[in-house]
Design a protein. Structure first.
Length: 285
């Protein structure tokens, strides 16, 4: 087995590295400096010299939903690059894994989205991810496209870290309660992805932590856990007038993967508990 990780310094990449190191598995980790996945020449050269991977796990994503509204970089990272890597994976018969988002949906549903639901993205970010999903699955049959939501982990910036920072500077916070999905711990995403990958049942899957939360619920949980003494208020998405539209409800149903693996994914509260422990161990809390 020979595994390639791209975008390995991000949240998910960091936790894949940890998972593979702890299991003494051989992997090659690359981030922007070693392998810029939007540079086709770099990809050509890299795969000319490294053409015997059994697995390629792409952890790169353009995640700035608002910034994505300007220009086309989101399409390079979320659509074109995964397509190109899927083509290389096909040439070497390697399993290809890439990630997508709950933001491919418009949020008009009020029960969790399943894999068969029809996407209708509201933003350029969502459109780029939806296009990436389709092109990858059309390009190479040994591909996994895994949708996740509201990712947080030690290896990058995320909403939990923002809440922790705000809590140090302010004694009143207003957080939106009209965006609902599931916060997902990148440790759990890496672990369940790896279990899924080993089944070789290729295709589209949802992996998120169990349970449902608004941004307000998520912030409240984090702030209570750290014993913040300030006041938490509710806000509405319209109050912030952000460039990109977000789905109001984008909880993904993960039962397809849970049934396949015969295992429940932990709750988002359990994910946050372990994340805060990790922050403490790292001296970041
Ligand atoms: N974060 C979320 O809330 C969320 C939600 C749903 C789905 N997802 C998807 O889940 C996957 C993992 O997300 P994540 O939060 O772990 O992402 P992340 O923390 O932003 O990590 C992405 C990594 O890729 C690197 N990178 C950026 N451009 C690159 C390039 N051209 N070539 C090679 N590496 C590059 C980044 O470097 P720099 O940091 O230097 O740019 C970073 O180290 C992505 O596909 C993402 O779209 C994320």
């Amino acid at each position: 087995m020979k595994i390639l990780l791209t975008g390995s310094n991000g949240q998910l990449g960091h936790d894949f590295q940890k998972l593979f190191s702890n299991s003494n598995m051989k992997y090659i980790s690359t981030d922007y400096q070693e392998l810029n996945i939007i540079d086709n020449n770099e990809l050509e050269n890299f795969f000319k010299n490294n053409n015997d991977f059994t697995h390629i796990i792409n952890c790169v994503g353009y995640n700035d939903v608002d910034e994505a509204q300007n220009g086309d970089k989101t399409f390079l990272l979320n659509e074109k690059a995964p397509q190109k890597i899927a083509e290389f994976a096909k040439k070497m018969n390697a399993i290809f894994v890439t990630y997508s988002t709950d933001f491919v949906f418009d949020g008009r549903k009020n029960i969790p989205y399943i894999e068969e639901d029809i996407p209708n993205p509201l933003s350029k970010y969502g459109i780029s991810k939806q296009k990436g999903e389709k092109i990858v699955l059309d390009t190479w049959r040994k591909s996994f496209v895994i949708r996740t939501s509201w990712l947080f982990g030690i290896g990058g910036n995320n909403f939990n870290k923002q809440v922790l920072n705000w809590s140090k500077m302010r004694d009143k916070l207003n957080i939106v309660d009209d965006q609902v999905s599931a916060p997902t711990y990148s440790v759990d995403l890496a672990e369940f992805s790896w279990k899924l990958i080993q089944t070789e049942k290729f295709g589209l899957y949802h992996i998120t932590n169990d349970g449902i939360a608004s941004k307000y619920d998520q912030a409240k949980y984090v702030l209570e856990k750290i014993g913040w003494k300030g006041t938490l208020g509710r806000a509405k998405t319209v109050d912030f007038n952000l460039p990109a539209k977000r789905p109001a409800y984008s909880k993904l149903d993960s039962s397809k993967v849970e049934k396949l693996l015969g295992e429940k994914i932990p709750t988002w509260q359990s994910g946050i508990d372990r994340f805060l422990e990790e922050m403490k161990e790292n001296g970041e809390l």
